[in-house]
Design a protein around this ligand. Structure first.
Ligand SMILES: [Zn+2]
Length: 410
């Protein structure tokens, strides 16, 4: 035994339990385990959760807000224009430096798994991807990181990007990204999806696309992505982020799409922070919110996750890399407030992400990787309400962050 966490409150368990860790794995979970180590963390009855995920984070752009001109319109097109000016001159070491700052903040908040999106295209080439791969290597002792090769300027709109996507994969990116709705025509959006599947198949990789991130009810790439996923036998290997157009669909069409997404076993990532500020900028009142139909998706059994898309960048000026804040936000936006729904919200930053990323050794049970968060709260409800400083964060069996009182309370 290399570490013992005592008095842990686990979800849906009455008794306080101990968690024994050997190397990077959990080896036992039980009452009053006999300690064979001096490396003991006393959770003191605090809720312990498996490590959090941020499954959609543009770490290459993070903190550009510190050095950029303001996004005056607050819209996506202006954000893209501002970012492009930086991308032309990106230096991988500088990109990694910014990413590392945000990743470290995320780890302190209990994140032990990140999926980072790196812009790949003819404007910035592979510089963003190289920066994030560098950050991934530097953070290896603190968290697990996947890097997505993401065509931010499109594939048909940016001739040459598809080839660069393959190059990025050869250099170490592990996920095929996509942005079909951004293409000029519906036909191009479909071709975009076809190209992504072709590359994913060639390298046997999973797919994570940004889909229908618009208020346009006619943006229909999720429909094609779902049918393509089914026809390619890629069920369970595709994540679609945003899907905000779903909020603008008529109810009959939305029901059909929810059904297709369920059949295709596509995970939907709802990134509420960014959509609440970027969507519906040209609506008068009532303003739409650009959020996918979370309750309808959940009730149809669709895997739904939530992520912190941006941290102070041209798209979004705020962004604390804290999955508990994301979970609280989605609870508000999707009106998930009943006890059963609050539990579903907690899944959205933990087990549902593990399912989406196909991580088999996730959880608090013998054999699982010892990625654990001593939350500092007494329950999931309290964790979402208070978002307290995480008392201890353990990644791969090592304590990587802590925040504790220096004096014992009486
Ligand atoms: Zn995004």
């Amino acid at each position: 035994m290399d570490m013992l966490i005592r008095n842990a409150r686990l979800r849906n368990k009455e008794q306080l339990l101990d968690i024994a860790i050997e190397g990077e794995r959990i080896v036992a979970v039980g009452v009053n385990l006999v300690s064979t180590t001096h490396n003991i963390i006393d959770a003191g009855g605090s809720l312990v959760l498996p490590g959090f995920f941020n499954l959609h984070f543009h770490a290459d752009k993070c903190l550009l807000g510190e050095i950029m001109r303001p996004n005056v319109s607050g819209t996506l097109p202006e954000a893209i224009e501002i970012t492009n000016n930086f991308k032309r001159h990106y230096d991988p070491v500088e990109v990694a430096g910014r990413a590392l700052r945000a990743l470290q903040e995320g780890v302190k908040n209990g994140t032990t798994f990140f999926r980072l999106f790196s812009d790949v295209g003819t404007i910035g080439g592979l510089r963003a991807a190289r920066g994030l791969l560098l950050a991934r290597d530097k953070m290896a002792r603190y968290c697990r990181v996947q890097v997505v090769a993401f065509p931010q300027e499109g594939l048909l709109r940016d001739p040459g990007a598809a080839e660069l996507l393959e190059e990025a994969i050869k250099e170490g990116c592990q996920i095929v990204g996509g942005l079909p709705w951004y293409e000029y025509t519906e036909e191009d959006a479909r071709q975009h999806i076809d190209i992504c599947f072709e590359i994913a198949r060639k390298y046997d990789l999973d797919i994570h696309m940004l889909v229908d991130d618009t208020d346009d009810a006619n943006s229909r790439s999720l429909e094609y992505l779902a049918i393509k996923t089914i026809r390619e036998g890629y069920q369970g290997r595709v994540v679609a982020s945003h899907c905000g157009a779903m909020a603008a669909y008529n109810d009959v069409y939305a029901a059909k799409i929810v059904d297709m997404v369920a059949t295709a076993k596509i995970t939907i990532s709802v990134n509420a922070h960014i959509n609440l500020v970027c969507s519906a900028r040209i609506d008068r009142e009532p303003k739409r919110r650009g959020i996918a139909r979370v309750k309808e998706l959940l009730s149809r059994g669709v895997n739904v996750v939530t992520s912190q898309d941006d941290v102070n960048d041209p798209y979004y000026p705020f962004g604390k890399p804290d999955p508990l804040e994301c979970a609280s936000m989605i609870a508000h936006v999707a009106q998930l407030t009943l006890p059963r729904e609050i539990d579903q919200v907690a899944d959205m930053i933990t087990s549902s992400c593990a399912k989406a990323a196909r991580i088999p050794d996730y959880g608090i049970a013998p054999g699982c990787r010892a990625d654990l968060v001593v939350t500092g709260a007494s329950s999931v409800h309290e964790a979402l309400r208070l978002q307290p400083p995480r008392r201890h964060v353990v990644a791969g069996g090592r304590e990587v962050a802590r925040s504790i009182l220096t004096q014992e309370l009486l």
